[in-house]
Design a protein around this ligand. Structure first.
Ligand code: SF4
Length: 233
C-alpha cells in the first residue's frame, strides 16, 4: 500500500510540474458533483427567509470587482414589511463610508420628499441595485448589474411591496429591462410583478438641477394618489 501512495504522490507532483493547477480544474470539470456542490454553497443566500438572513449571507460578496474598492457593503435599510420600496442605483461616498443607503445631502432631500407625501423614512425600505460603490461614483457597469441584481430581486421577493419607486434612470432601466430614456419612462405608472412601479428623479439629480423639482412634485403627487388607492400606510 505504501508503494501505491508513493507512486500516486510522485504522479501528482509530475502533473503539477507539467500543468500547474490545471489538473485540479480538470478534475472539477469532469466531476459534476463537485461543481454542483460549489454552486450550491455559493447560492445558499437564495434560501434566505428574512432580510437579516440574506444580509448575513451576502455581506462578504465578491461576485464582481467592486468588492476590491468598497469600504462598506450597503445592503439597504428600513421597514422589512414595507408596502413601499425605493430603489437607487448604487452607494455613493457617504453611503460607502457609513454602510447605509441614501445618507448625506441626497439622503436628506429624499427624507424631505417622502415627508411631503406624509411618508416617514422609517416606514419605507430603501436600497440600491448595487450593494457596493463604483469608484468615483461612475455608472454601474453591465457586468456589475448582472452580478448584483439577483440580490435586489431576492430583497423584493422577501418584502413584497405594493409600490416600488425607482430613483433615477438606471434603477428604472434595470428593473424595467429597457434602454428607454428617463423622460420617456417617467410620468406614468409601470408594473413590476405584483407591484406598481413609479419613477422619481434621483435626489442627487434634483440637487444638481433644481429646475426638475416641478416635475418631481408631479411624480410625488402621483405616488401619493397610489398610496391612497392601495391603502398604503
Ligand atoms: S456590487 Fe454586488 S455583486 Fe458586486 S461585490 Fe458588491 S454585492 Fe457583490
Amino acid at each position: 500500500m505504501d508503494d501505491f501512495y508513493e507512486k500516486a504522490a510522485s504522479f501528482l507532483e509530475q502533473q503539477i510540474e507539467l500543468y500547474g493547477d490545471e489538473l485540479v480544474m480538470e478534475v472539477a470539470a469532469h466531476n459534476p458533483d463537485a461543481r454542483e456542490g460549489s454552486d450550491r454553497d455559493a447560492d445558499e443566500w437564495r434560501q434566505s427567509t428574512s432580510l437579516i438572513d440574506l444580509e448575513k449571507q451576502i455581506s462578504a460578496c465578491r461576485k464582481c470587482a467592486l468588492y476590491n474598492t468598497r469600504n462598506k457593503f450597503v445592503f439597504g435599510s428600513g421597514n422589512p414589511n414595507a408596502d413601499i420600496v425605493l430603489v437607487g442605483e448604487a452607494p455613493g461616498a457617504d453611503e460607502d463610508r457609513l454602510g447605509q443607503p441614501f445618507v448625506g445631502r441626497a439622503g436628506e432631500l429624499l427624507t424631505k420628499m417622502l415627508a411631503a407625501i406624509d411618508l416617514q423614512r422609517s416606514s419605507v425600505y430603501i436600497c440600491n441595485i448595487l450593494k457596493c460603490r463604483p469608484p468615483q461614483n461612475r455608472d454601474p457597469a453591465p457586468d456589475e448589474i448582472v452580478a448584483c441584481k439577483p440580490y435586489l430581486m431576492k430583497q423584493l421577493q422577501l418584502i413584497r411591496p405594493k409600490i416600488i419607486v425607482c430613483l433615477g434612470r438606471i434603477a428604472a432601466q434595470v428593473l424595467l429591462e429597457t434602454t428607454d430614456s428617463l423622460s420617456r419612462l417617467r410620468g406614468q405608472i409601470h408594473r413590476f410583478n405584483e407591484s406598481e412601479l413609479h419613477i422619481l428623479y434621483h435626489p442627487a439629480a434634483l440637487l444638481r438641477n433644481p429646475s426638475l423639482k416641478r416635475d418631481a412634485w408631479e411624480d410625488l403627487k402621483r405616488i401619493q394618489r397610489s398610496l391612497l388607492e392601495l391603502k398604503v400606510k
